[in-house]
Ligand binder design. Structure first.
Ligand code: GTP
Ligand code: MG
Length: 337
């Protein structure tokens, strides 16, 4: 039995999309399931020079043998979903739980006219939060009420637990990051749900005893989109000088940036019960690391950074991203720890 849960350790956009895509191709799990809030998160997957921005479909879709599931915790926007089904061509491999709440136009409008959400908190305005709020009031529509979703309906918790019972591998994909969690993040500058590992498991219907690994994705620097505190924030000029500028997948907004934060990393390991760390974008800290595929070939500065993270968090850094493509990665999982 192997159930690997992949979650973000900072403010989202750590590169979970790329890590999940790599693991789906390498480990060949039977299922990749998406937990998290909804289409307010965007995962970027780049393979053979082609770029996908995924807001609903699990990032493991590149493995054409994987079943792709969206758990009942996740809010579904049928328009975004149908568009992504077309761009990825996944169709019959996709399953959506009948209990997924459905985002309607009015949820999007509600968020976009809200001064509190848009101007003060910097919400993405995707309607996810308004949908979650209506779900709490038990009046939201769910996937089973939408005819165009009928052919995709699937009992996601049963499929996942049955696969594990049969000894198959399962990959669970979280969205956003620890400090955007409604419970553990920088409230009120956060998302509308908890997004730590236990919540992601609950989103897809897996109990805590079923999990074998929690992979915490950390970027080599910290970024944040929207409002809210960011310790050590650099000026825009400095972010550009360092080559750290990023733009939101969903909104296109510039992301703010700060150097790697060991305090946040240690606390994220604790909150998620992380067993290992995937470190992305080491090529932006140490340019000679770009495209490197083995640990030995990394420059000394990059190795020292990895060792410091391992020392401070007491967890092994098992995957290291060395470029934007799914294949730009160092996989150290087989090393003796
Ligand atoms: P959320 O679910 O919204 O939090 O997204 P995410 O964690 O999947 O990250 P997102 O794709 O929004 O942002 C990460 C960005 O970094 C993307 O543009 C990726 O292509 C890029 N990226 C990921 N890993 C690496 C890496 O190791 N090196 C470089 N240069 N780019 C990377
Ligand atoms: Mg993102």
């Amino acid at each position: 039995m192997s159930c690997n849960v992949v979650v973000g350790g900072f403010f989202g956009d750590e590169g979970k999309g790329k890590i999940v895509a790599y693991l789906a191709l390498k480990d060949r799990p039977a299922i990749v399931a998406r937990g998290g809030v909804g289409p307010n998160a965007g995962h970027t997957v780049i393979v053979d020079g082609k770029k996908y921005s995924l807001r609903m479909i699990p990032s493991g879709f590149l493995n054409s043998e994987c079943r792709l599931l969206i758990g009942p915790g996740v809010s579904v926007d049928p328009d975004v979903l149908v568009m992504e089904i077309e761009t990825t061509g996944v169709d019959s491999r996709l399953g959506i739980d009948p209990q997924c709440p459905v985002i309607e136009k009015r949820h999007i409008e509600q968020e976009n006219i809200s001064e509190h959400l848009k101007a003060r908190l910097g919400s993405t305005g995707s309607g996810s939060g308004a949908c979650v709020a209506e779900r709490a009031l038990r009046s939201v529509k769910t996937a089973k009420d939408i005819p165009e979703l009928a052919k995709y309906l699937a009992d996601v918790p049963s499929e996942l637990n049955d696969a594990l019972d049969k000894g198959m591998g399962v990959l669970v994909e979280g969205t956003q990051g620890t400090y955007l969690s409604l419970y553990h993040g920088t409230y009120p500058y956060c998302t509308s749900k908890d997004v730590c590992a236990s919540a992601i498991c609950s989103d897809v219907g897996l109990g805590p005893t079923r999990v074998s690994d929690v992979t915490l994705v950390l970027k080599s620097f910290v970024t944040r989109v929207g409002e809210g505190p960011l310790q050590g924030q650099l000026s825009r000029d400095e972010v550009l000088r360092r080559g750290w500028m990023e733009y939101g997948t969903v909104t296109g907004r510039e992301r703010r940036a700060a150097p790697f934060d060991f305090n946040l990393a240690r606390r994220a390991v604790m909150l998620n019960g992380a067993t290992q760390i995937a470190l992305t974008k080491i090529d932006l800290i140490s340019p000679e690391a770009s495209g490197v595929r083995s640990y030995e070939e990394l420059p000394v500065k990059a190795k020292e950074f990895v060792e410091r993270i391992e020392g401070e968090t007491m967890r092994p850094v098992t995957l290291i991203g060395t470029g934007p493509s799914t294949s730009d990665i160092i996989d150290r999982r087989s090393r003796e720890c």
